[in-house]
Write a protein that binds this ligand. Structure first.
Ligand SMILES: [Zn+2]
Length: 325
C-alpha cells in the first residue's frame, strides 16, 4: 500500500459507517479473490483457457452467440466450464463483509453487477435486491428464441473435455421447440438475448434508487474496469444524480471524480482493511450516528433529482455494436 492510501481507507470507513443506503457495484475484479479469472485482455483469457490460444480465439470472439450454431459443443464447452467453475467456487469473505455492512441500514443495499456467476446469491444476498446487467449463467433460454421463457440451469450438468474444450455431455434443449438452449447471458453481438429477467431486476433497482434519494447513499464499487463501462457509469451516475459518495476500489483504474474516494487495491484487501477500521471504531452504530455530519462535508442528496442514468444494458438499451458478453 502506498503512504497516501491510509487516510483514504479511513475516509471510506467513516462514510460507510455513516451510510443509510449502500449500492454495491461490481465487475469481474470482484471474483478474482475467489479464484475466478477476470479475462482481462487476451493474455488473461488464454491463461485461464489455454486451448483457445491454440485456436486463436479471444474472449470477445468466444463470447458470441454465433458459436451455438457454428460449433455447439465448443460453445457449451466454454460456458459449461464456466458454469462448473462458478458452482465449485466459494465467494470470498469480502461478500460477507458487504452483507454485514448493509444489515441494519435504513434502506439496506442493492447490488449491481456485470458478473454472471451468481455469487451474490450464493453469498446469501437478497435476490430481490440485485441486478445482473449481463444476465446469468445460472439461467437458460432458447437459442432461436422461439419464446421468451427463461429457466433455471440448476439441473444442467455439463461435462467438458479440457483438451479440446468441447462439451461431451448431452446439450440442453428448449422445452418447447427442442432447439439448442443457451445461457441467458448477454454476449457480444447478441440479438437473441431474452432480457425480461434483467428488466424485472432493473425495475426493482429503479424503485430502490427513487427510495434512497435524499439519504446518505454510499456506492462501493469493486473491480469494475473501463473496457465495458456499464458498472462504472452506473456508479458515477448514482453518485452525481443522488448525491452519494463513491468508494471506487480498483487496483488498475481507481480514478474517481473530485471529492470521492479512490482505493487502488484488490477487492478483498480493501474490504478487509475498511472493515477492520469500522470494527475498531468501537461501539455499535447508534441511531444518532445517522444524523452526524458527513465526514467529507458533503450534503446528502436533495431528494429532488431522480436517478436518470440510462444504463446501456437491459431491454431496449443494448449497444447495437454489441459490447457485452
Ligand atoms: Zn425454442
Amino acid at each position: 500500500m502506498d503512504d497516501s492510501i491510509g487516510p483514504r481507507i479511513e475516509a471510506a470507513a467513516e462514510v460507510i459507517a455513516g451510510a443509510d443506503a449502500l449500492l454495491i457495484a461490481t465487475g469481474a475484479g470482484m471474483g478474482v479473490d475467489s479464484g475466478l479469472p477476470d479475462f482481462r485482455g487476451d493474455r488473461g483469457f488464454w491463461k485461464a483457457y489455454p486451448p483457445f490460444e491454440r485456436l486463436g480465439i479471444s474472449f470477445v470472439d468466444m463470447a458470441n452467440p454465433a458459436w451455438f450454431s457454428r460449433d455447439p459443443e465448443l460453445a457449451w464447452g466454454f460456458y459449461g466450464h464456466r458454469l462448473n467453475l462458478y458452482r465449485s467456487t466459494t465467494p470470498h469473505s469480502g461478500f460477507e463483509i458487504l452483507r454485514r455492512w448493509a444489515e441494519g441500514l435504513a434502506h439496506g443495499c442493492f447490488v449491481f453487477t456485470s458478473n454472471v456467476d451468481g455469487h451474490f446469491q450464493k453469498a446469501d444476498f437478497d435476490e430481490e435486491r440485485l441486478i445482473e446487467c449481463h444476465g446469468s449463467l445460472g439461467h437458460l433460454q432458447c437459442t432461436t428464441p422461439c419464446h421468451s421463457e427463461i429457466w433455471s440451469a440448476a439441473e444442467l450438468e455439463v461435462t467438458v473435455d479440457e483438451d479440446s474444450f468441447h462439451a461431451t455431455s448431452l446439450l440442453p434443449e428448449c422445452p418447447r421447440c427442442n432447439a439448442l438452449a443457451r445461457p441467458n447471458v448477454l454476449m457480444f453481438g447478441d440479438w437473441h438475448w431474452v432480457p425480461h429477467r434483467t428488466a424485472d431486476q432493473e425495475r426493482r433497482f429503479d424503485a430502490w434508487l427513487a427510495e434512497v434519494a435524499g439519504s446518505r447513499l454510499v456506492i462501493v464499487e469493486l473491480g469494475a474496469g473501463g473496457a465495458v463501462p456499464t458498472v462504472r457509469m452506473t456508479s458515477d451516475r448514482a453518485a452525481s444524480h443522488l448525491g452519494g459518495t463513491l468508494v471506487r476500489i480498483n487496483p488498475r483504474e481507481p480514478h474517481v471524480p473530485h471529492r470521492h474516494i479512490s482505493l487502488s487495491l484488490g477487492a478483498l484487501e480493501a474490504l478487509a482493511a475498511i472493515d477492520a477500521l469500522i470494527n475498531r471504531s468501537a461501539r455499535p452504530l447508534q441511531d444518532g450516528d445517522r444524523d452526524r455530519a458527513d465526514p467529507q462535508g458533503k450534503e446528502p442528496g436533495d431528494g429532488l433529482c431522480a436517478f436518470e442514468g440510462k444504463r446501456e444494458c437491459g431491454p431496449g438499451k443494448r449497444n447495437r455494436s454489441g459490447s457485452y458478453r
